[in-house]
Design a protein around this ligand. Structure first.
Ligand code: GLA
Length: 378
């Protein structure tokens, strides 16, 4: 019996009916454009969140986690509505609400995606629960519908105005590939992302700087983009070219102009990154990562001193390219480096953080991994 099954049985007195898993993600490029109908290129990391679930004969939902075993949250199904206060379990309850579950459940969560690191532990939690429920009740939602339901849970239940990227990649990712996702209709294509056989490594640097999408900065960026689209009478940022944007500069505030410039140039960089990957041109990929970071730092204004330090130190240690990933304001950066330089790069970043008196960063690497799956049925 695996440890989640054992802890489930110890906590709830019976075995789970189903265990599902869903991964966190790193976005290679295409940042802050999922909610502007853009294209993104994320991949799933190996770290996953597991959800073990058993159907109850009544209308009570009980939820606990391996990491906080002694705290079981019990909520009657009818009380699970937006506005219900809570902690991490809201992400799971939001999925139950969004999927319209009609029966009580016992749920045990085992989360292995680093928390607060900008690696989408929240999407991993939502998608593990959504995948388990979809199979348990034979709901028949396809992965696009499931991604939208998980996003609805986060937007309308938890109250985080995130886009669709994290849930989509957590559900749809394939090992060895990044997912080129069209955020308008969720069509996607797998793009082979094999750094290892090219002697490279993608280093993930968790700056340990606080990261939150709920304190307004993220929502304000979305609003700027919506305002630009309304003022310029286009359907989305994706219909804008740099020329058209520049010609319309007078219609926009200075802030709106630079936010839109990020969106327009970042969408172009995603397509260039796909071409670079397909040509195995990692030098060009590195250049695009650097350009993405500069745009997020200077035009979109979502970086922070720790992220900039991680990127600058990586480049000074010889990285091909580096950039912040995810929502920003903290969280993680990535650096595309030669595998032989890993130890030296880590050392350089650690020293830069020490000099700036930042909290010590954490380092991970991950190959592109599998999206959500059913681990077993009872
Ligand atoms: C967070 C959100 C995503 C996306 C990124 C920025 O991870 O959850 O929807 O907007 O920020 O690219």
């Amino acid at each position: 019996m695996s440890s989640i099954d054992r802890i489930f049985a110890d906590t709830f007195g019976q075995s789970p009916d189903i265990v599902a898993a869903a991964p966190g993600r790193v976005n290679l490029i295409g940042e802050h454009i999922d909610y502007s109908d853009g294209f993104v290129l994320p991949f799933a990391i190996a770290d996953q969140t597991y959800a073990a679930i058993r159907i109850r004969p009544d209308r009570l939902v009980r939820i606990a986690s391996v990491q906080r075993r002694n705290k079981i949250v019990s909520v009657p199904l009818d009380d699970i509505k937006p506005g219900l206060k809570g902690e991490w379990e809201r992400y799971a309850l939001g999925v139950i609400w969004a999927m319209g579950v009609k029966q009580g459940l016992d749920i045990m969560i085992d989360g292995h995606v680093p928390l607060g690191a900008g690696l989408s532990s929240s999407a991993a939690l939502e998608c593990s629960v959504a995948t388990a429920i979809n199979h348990l009740f034979s709901c028949g939602f396809d992965l696009h519908a499931l991604a939208r339901l998980a996003q609805k849970a986060e937007n309308d239940y938890v109250g985080v105005p995130c886009g669709i990227m994290d849930q989509s990649v957590s559900l749809m990712a394939q090992p060895g590939s990044a997912l080129l996702l069209d955020c308008r209709d969720l069509t996607s294509r797998n793009v082979s992302f094999d750094v290892a056989s090219n002697g490279l490594e993608l280093l993930i640097i968790d700056t340990q700087a606080h990261h939150s999408l709920t304190d307004g900065g993220y929502a304000r960026r979305r609003q700027s983009c919506e305002s630009v689209v309304a003022k310029l009478l286009v359907q989305s940022m994706r219909e804008l070219s740099l020329e058209k944007l520049s010609a319309s500069k007078d219609l926009l505030s200075d802030t709106e102009f630079i936010r839109a410039r990020h969106a327009v140039t970042e969408i172009a960089r995603v397509h260039s990154a796909v071409a670079a990957l397909e040509a195995k041109n990692f030098v060009e990929l590195g250049r695009l990562l650097n350009a993405s970071h500069a745009s997020l730092r200077d035009d979109y204004n979502v970086s922070c001193p720790e992220l900039n330090a991680a990127v600058d130190a990586s480049i000074s240690a010889g990285a091909l390219g580096a950039r912040m990933v995810g929502g920003g304001f903290g969280g993680s950066a990535i650096a595309l480096i030669k595998a032989v330089d890993t130890v030296g790069t880590i050392h350089t970043i650690e020293n830069a953080f020490k000099r700036a008196s930042f909290k010590a960063p954490r380092f991970f690497t991950s190959l592109p991994s599998q999206g959500a799956q059913i681990i077993r049925r009872g």
